[in-house]
Ligand binder design. Structure first.
Ligand SMILES: Cc1ncc(C[n+]2csc(CCOP(=O)(O)OP(=O)(O)O)c2C)c(N)n1
Ligand code: SF4
Length: 248
């Protein structure tokens, strides 16, 4: 019998608890596939954060450390420094990374820590009920900006990649999305290069994945994907900001 499809070894058999149409499941799958392809599962450490992906320790079939809210890059730094041959990555939502954990991720990047960060930007705090995040779009309705985010009340949305691009310790940096097969394959390539940059000892790597939260956007899954294309990607344009493996 020819095997056409198998789940990645780097994911467990646990059924994901994410809502239908949520990008977290796609992101998990891609990261796990890349770990399998690199053949590093037996010495990979996942640093899970707090948010809807809080159960990542049940999903990734790697060693996993659960960190406090926003502190994943600091925990990953510690793990990587004591086990430099391990592949260490954090998995963080935008509330986790761009709000409470902003300082942690900036300092880790500035120190050129050889870790990889996967940053899931769905423009809300998903797990706690859809509150406004730093990444919430102007005009976007959330449970803490019921009439839509305004400049006067919430300020501007925060673009993490553009900020990270200023930091010399960042070796690989890209913003991708997960809304169609082409973008999923592109995201996979960036995740691969982020891990390679770490394995090659080049420094810190970060891939932002512009994602969906159909539940707190109050949209159906397909509508949420279209919303990413029409609205999120205007504020968060896709692109590779730093790529040590770029040709030419
Ligand atoms: C120190 C601390 N503050 C606040 C919380 C509550 N909290 C848990 S998850 C979360 C939001 C996570 O949102 P995000 O990082 O955007 O991830 P998502 O749920 O959208 O995937 C918050 C505020 C906490 N657990 N610890
Ligand atoms: S609340 Fe949003 S981020 Fe959380 S699992 Fe559901 S769709 Fe995904």
């Amino acid at each position: 019998m020819t095997v056409l499809y198998e789940p990645p070894e780097s994911l467990t058999d646990t059924v994901l608890r994410y809502c239908p149409g949520c990008g977290h499941g796609i992101a998990h799958r891609l990261i796990a596939e890349v770990i399998d392809e690199l053949g590093v599962r037996d010495h990979t450490v996942t640093v899970a954060s707090v948010g809807c992906s809080v159960y990542a320790f049940e999903y990734f079939n790697t060693d996993v450390v659960q960190s406090a809210h926003g502190r994943a890059p600091a925990v990953a730094t510690g793990v990587k420094r004591v086990r430099p041959d391990d592949v260490v990555f954090t998995y963080q939502g935008d509330g986790d990374l761009a709000a409470i954990g902003l300082n942690e991720v900036l300092q880790a990047a500035t120190r050129a820590e050889k870790i990889s960060v996967f940053f899931i930007n769905n423009a809300v705090f998903g797990m706690t009920g859809g509150q406004m995040a730093p990444t919430t779009l102007l005009g976007q309705k959330t449970t803490t900006s019921v009439d839509g985010r305004t400049l006067e009340h919430g300020g501007y949305p925060f673009n993490i990649c553009e900020l990270m691009n200023q930091i010399p310790g960042v070796a690989y940096l890209a913003r991708e999305t997960l809304i169609d097969p082409r973008s999923v394959m592109s995201a996979r390539r960036s995740i691969m290069k982020a891990f390679r940059a770490q394995i090659d000892g080049l420094g810190f790597s970060l891939v932002e994945l512009v994602s969906t939260c159909p539940t707190w956007w109050h949209m159906k899954p397909l509508q949420a994907m279209q919303h990413v294309r029409d609205t999120m990607l205007i504020q968060y344009p896709l692109g590779v900001f730093k790529d040590p493996y770029a040709e030419g």
